[in-house]
Ligand binder design. Structure first.
Ligand code: TYD
Length: 123
């Protein structure tokens, strides 16, 4: 991150450098209206993604089948790698939360594991 005060902070990430794959898709999530919203609740078979909290905050639960941890995401200079076979859930979104995800492949529903018991069996 460059501190370009007073012109704002500049954040940079390059594919195959800070982001450990070629980026084929990006998506972002904003406009959280319901404080009880929960997103994610799945793992991926092959997909790798990097998730960044651009503004506001949320909680990111990570579960590799053996251990669980919850990260407070509130720093836009931090990208968390969501590797494959990593169950993830997001909740506790602030109203001003903006989440950016950089993905290593196009959207494929067949790559999702949406059932936690199936994830536990495979992980
Ligand atoms: P999903 O990945 O389940 O969202 P989250 O993990 O944030 O809760 O996706 C929600 C819906 O959007 C689901 O029907 C699939 C669709 N979708 C796409 O069509 N393309 C995409 O790139 C993504 C991320 C989701």
């Amino acid at each position: 991150m460059f501190k370009d005060y007073p012109d704002g902070d500049l954040f940079i990430a390059e594919a195959r450098r800070e982001i450990p794959f070629d980026i084929k898709r990006i998506y972002f999530i904003n406009n959280f209206k319901d404080s009880s919203a929960v997103r994610g609740r799945h793992a991926h078979k092959k997909l790798r993604q990097v998730i960044i909290c651009l503004g506001g905050s949320f909680d990111l639960l990570l579960d590799d089948g053996r251990r669980r941890q919850i990260l407070k995401m509130n720093d836009p200079s931090i990208g968390v790698l969501l590797g494959n076979y990593l169950w993830h859930e997001m909740d506790n979104f602030s109203g001003d939360c903006v989440i950016l995800v950089l993905a290593g492949d196009h959207y494929k529903e067949s790559d999702y594991i949406r059932d936690y018991n199936e994830f536990k069996k495979r992980s």
